[in-house]
Write a protein that binds this ligand. Structure first.
Ligand code: MN
Length: 317
């Protein structure tokens, strides 16, 4: 199976080896990722895009960098900086109090109480049109709290609330042509307002119900920096970092799970779920069913929750 998105380790490998011939990069890629199923063409295309990006940065050659001479004697692949990866991981562990994967850890006992799982995605805070602006977006976020506190029929054995933040929380900037004429505020303000509103809402819910809250988060496509940048470089992830730090400092009853990747697994009442932003558009065609089944088998999951399409649908078997 192959995902259209490139994960950070794949990008790091390509970036670290841009000095090699494309065919050698392809060989190195296959050695490190034998099961990703990417074609030579797709790797060639990505390498070309990354080289374009690096062109501007390569005006000055740092001292000590071996000079390439037509490619007769190539350096061996560097893979990626292990130190950097370790540093990033330790920083992530600090930022997210539950970074260590929680799964698979399906409890053998039957769950005692109910869990409310509430998806919050595609808020697009910062988008501006005749019926939508930042104030409406903030209202919607705060309204989630009012609905949970006062309107949703709560089972008497409700013992936990899980929020799944599935991306496109901010509208972003430069995601498509002419988008900037439909944006009310810059993305840094979008991120700040979303984090503030969600933090307030979650605190209110936690305070009102007195139940523990868990949050899981994956980024969407509107927060990305560009099509060729590292997929982790995403404004949704910035929002999640802000929230994770806030909860860690202010409220230990609310835990935050993030790893900056586009796929995240979660456990709830003995079931395992896959969280991602885009998912599949629908489950009505064989192609979509194969995609869903592929995820279900490789991740060994019971359910998938995703956003992106702005339609509500519950698919079950
Ligand atoms: Mn989207």
């Amino acid at each position: 199976m192959s995902f259209s998105y490139w994960d950070s380790t794949e990008i790091s490998l390509l970036q670290a080896n841009l000095h090699l011939k494309t065919v050698d990069i392809y060989d190195a890629y296959l050695k490190v990722f034998p099961n990703k199923g990417r074609t030579y063409d797709s790797i060639q295309k990505k390498v070309r895009a990354l080289r374009e990006l690096h062109k501007e940065e390569e005006i000055v050659t740092p001292e000590g960098t071996p000079e390439m001479t037509g490619g007769e004697e190539m350096m061996s692949p560097l893979i990626y900086s292990i130190d950097l990866k370790a540093q990033l991981e330790s920083w992530l562990r600090e930022t997210s109090n539950n970074f260590t994967p929680q799964l698979p850890s399906i409890p053998s006992d039957k769950p005692k109480g109910s869990t409310l799982v509430f998806e919050v995605s595609d808020i697009h805070l910062g988008k501006l049109n005749s019926s939508y602006n930042s104030a409406v977006a903030i209202d919607r976020i705060l309204n989630i709290g009012f609905r949970i506190m006062h309107k949703i029929h709560k089972p008497t054995d409700l013992e936990k609330i899980i929020f799944v933040l599935l991306g496109d929380e901010v509208e972003g900037e430069d995601i498509y042509a002419h988008q900037n004429s439909e944006i009310e505020i810059p993305v840094i303000e979008q991120a700040r307002l979303f984090a503030e509103a969600f933090f307030q809402m979650a605190l209110d819910v936690q305070n009102f119900l007195g139940l523990p809250i868990e949050i899981y988060a994956v980024p969407g496509n509107h927060g990305r920096m560009s099509k060729t940048s590292n997929p982790r470089s995403n404004w949704d992830n910035v929002v999640y970092m802000m929230l994770s730090s806030l909860f860690k400092q202010k409220n230990k009853e609310i835990s935050f799970n993030l790893n900056f990747e586009e796929f995240l697994t979660m456990a709830s009442n003995g079931k395992k779920g896959l969280l991602c932003h885009q998912g599949t558009k629908h489950s009505g065609t064989p192609a979509m069913q194969v995609k869903l089944l592929g995820w279900a088998i490789t991740e060994d999951i019971d359910f998938i929750i995703h956003g992106h399409w702005h339609t509500w649908e519950l698919v079950g078997t």
